[in-house]
Design a protein. Structure first.
Length: 192
């Protein structure tokens, strides 16, 4: 990696541009910079989730995810570099299979609620989806190239965060909170 930051207030971004890892400068509103910001926000929300009391295995998994997200951000910041390794995606797939295997089948939609850790996992899930959309925008931007890893990682991570929110509610919280649709309420009232 290039030079480490020693001065944070460089004033070089005062004109609305920022530097990428290849020393090029782009607008702070470019699709690539927006995606970097979304991934950074996701990583920050996961850091907030890690402040909650979590089972050790979930905390270790999320700490690993934070490192992978830093790699993903680096890949976005350094066009042409490949920092996100296949084992990161494989780890997500394995975690998804592990945590999903112990969950009951969903029969209704659930609300992003329940215990505080589960609700924060839902916040992380929604930010992961936004980050994924931002990465897709980079891929679809003219003149931009990006390997498929970041998009795949964020897609899988948002799925995992949904599964973890359910796991946290069912095994370490007060249970899931189901959406009460008018249609279901009418069906229940009619069956009574």
């Amino acid at each position: 990696m290039g030079n480490r930051l020693s001065a944070i207030a460089t004033r070089t971004g005062d004109d609305g541009s920022t530097g990428l890892g290849d020393n090029s400068r782009v607008s702070k509103t470019s699709a690539r910079i927006v995606a970097i910001g979304e991934v950074d926000e996701l990583n920050s929300h996961i850091g907030l989730l890690l402040c909650e009391t979590l089972p050790d295995d979930v905390a270790q998994l999320l700490q690993s995810v934070q490192h992978q997200l830093f790699n993903l951000g680096g890949e976005l910041a350094m066009p042409g570099y490949h920092l996100l390794k296949d084992d990161g995606l494989l780890a997500l797939d394995q975690a998804l299979a592990h945590y999903n295997a112990h969950l009951p089948r969903l029969k209704e939609f659930i609300l992003p609620a329940g215990s505080r850790p589960a609700a924060q996992a839902h916040v992380c899930r929604t930010v992961a989806r936004r980050a994924e959309r931002a990465v897709v925008a980079v891929v679809q931007s003219a003149g931009e190239t990006l390997l498929p890893g970041p998009q795949q990682y964020l897609n899988r991570l948002s799925d995992l965060l949904f599964v973890l929110s359910r796991h946290l509610n069912l095994n370490h919280g007060s249970g899931e909170v189901y959406w009460q649709s008018e249609r279901l309420k009418t069906q229940q009232d009619n069956s009574e």
